[in-house]
Design a protein around this ligand. Structure first.
Ligand code: NAP
Length: 383
């Protein structure tokens, strides 16, 4: 019997690649799909995959989908997404939403005891402790989709308990590697969206250019693998061939290599611990020639340190940082904020809202809302 899979955020970069992976296996059957507004591609995906239930966050988009597609049910809004997760009898949910909007479906899936393949790193950044506690309480598995974390997940299968010393995740350095902070002041949206090695959705591409993405990934790794921040390293590796390394107590390092292709990470999350055959381009080391590594330039890219600062402060601070980043990236993409203004807005929001204790998920939803307001004021003040 194929396992029943829900793909949330199926019209995005991860979502479409996940459907490509699923089309190459008999082991998974797609039973539900979701998007925010892209109703036409979503309906097309439903038809192609024989899916009878879809959810759209946007009410107008949902109404248009329901009018055009009468072969199934169209659910609406954040509640519709929750309903999709709760009522589809899924064995596995892939959360490929972008931003803190992914936290609700993460909580619902894990709360129902459903295994979760998690691309939405923001769920762990915002609600790491509560999310991992929930998974532990219900026995649901958290399966990382992010390439570095899927690599670590794979590598750690070969490390005996107690032998892990340190993990390192790599960063391509983004399109602005080598520039000073002053040289970043007037970069354009088009330049920032031009990632050197990965083709991804808009928000994560900007996060990669600021190195915010690496900071979010450090927090993600901390929660997924229960490892202190002092034992997580970041190194710039422009070729994006080595995704992560694991150092063991004897000083050896194990590395995960491959040409950049998210389908490898997605397929590993969907089939763990098995490995499926994929028609990906193969890495030829001799042809690759050399792999290079360098330190992060913390002065030019302050977002990484802001992440570490919020991570160490804990409580609602990572949630505040994430919300401020989402608002600032949106403003940058819309021409209302400079590239360097992204870090400034995050910094100012964290100073205005240093964070407090997290009693329940409601503390996080409230902190997220408040931080968005402060970040928007900060952006307005800079206009
Ligand atoms: N792309 C990558 O290679 C990559 C690699 C590693 C990790 N990730 C992580 O994976 C997640 C998804 O990234 P992505 O690049 O695939 O993003 P993306 O291309 O922007 O796609 C996001 C998906 O989520 C839907 N969506 C957006 N906002 C939503 C909301 N508020 N409520 C419900 N649905 C919403 C979108 O629907 P519409 O199409 O209607 O907008 C789309 O289906 C992110 O957390 C990212 O950090 C991505």
């Amino acid at each position: 019997m194929p396992r029943r899979l829900l793909v949330l955020g199926s019209t995005g970069s991860i979502g479409t690649q996940a459907l490509d992976v699923v089309s190459r296996t008999d082991d998974l059957e797609v039973v539900g799909l979701s998007a925010a507004r892209s109703w036409e591609p979503l309906v097309q995906q439903a038809i192609e995959n024989g899916v009878r239930r879809i959810a759209l966050a946007d009410a107008d988009a949902a109404a248009r989908a329901a009018e055009a597609w009468t072969d199934g049910e169209v659910l609406v809004g954040a509640q519709g997404l929750v309903q999709l997760v709760m009522e589809s009898d899924a064995d596995l949910v892939l959360n490929a939403l972008v931003g803190s909007a992914g936290l609700g479906p993460t909580v619902t899936a894990l709360g129902e005891g459903i295994d979760l393949a998690l691309a939405n790193k923001e769920s762990l950044v915002v609600g790491g402790e509560l999310v991992t506690q929930l998974a532990e309480a219900t026995g649901a598995r958290l399966l990382p989709v992010d390439s570095e974390h899927a690599a670590l997940h794979h590598l750690l299968q070969g490390v005996p308990a107690g032998a892990l010393e340190r993990i390192t995740i790599t960063a391509s350095g983004g399109p602005f590697r080598g520039r000073t902070r002053a040289q970043l002041a007037d970069v354009t949206v088009e330049e920032a969206l031009n990632h050197p090695t990965w083709a991804m959705g808009g928000k994560i591409t900007i996060d990669s250019a600021t190195l915010m993405n690496k900071g979010l990934e450090v927090m993600e790794a901390h929660h997924l693998f229960n490892i202190d921040y002092d034992r997580i390293g970041v190194v710039v590796h422009p070729q994006s061939i080595v995704h992560a390394t694991v150092e063991t107590a004897d000083g050896a390092q194990l590395a995960h290599l491959g040409l950049p292709d998210m389908r490898i990470a997605i397929a590993y999350a969907l089939h763990h611990p098995d490995i499926m055959s994929l028609p990906t381009r193969r890495l030829d080391l001799a042809q690759t020639g050399s792999l290079t590594f360098e330190e992060v330039d913390h002065e030019a890219f302050p977002c990484l340190d802001l992440c570490l600062q919020a991570a160490r402060a804990g409580g609602t601070a990572p949630c505040v940082l994430n919300a401020a980043n989402e608002v600032a990236v949106h403003a940058f993409l819309n021409g209302r904020l400079s590239f360097t203004g992204i870090a400034d807005v995050i910094d100012a929001t964290l100073q205005a809202m240093p964070g407090g204790p997290v009693h329940a998920f409601d503390s996080l939803f409230e902190a997220d809302r408040e931080a968005r307001e402060i970040a928007a004021e900060q952006i307005g003040a800079r206009a």
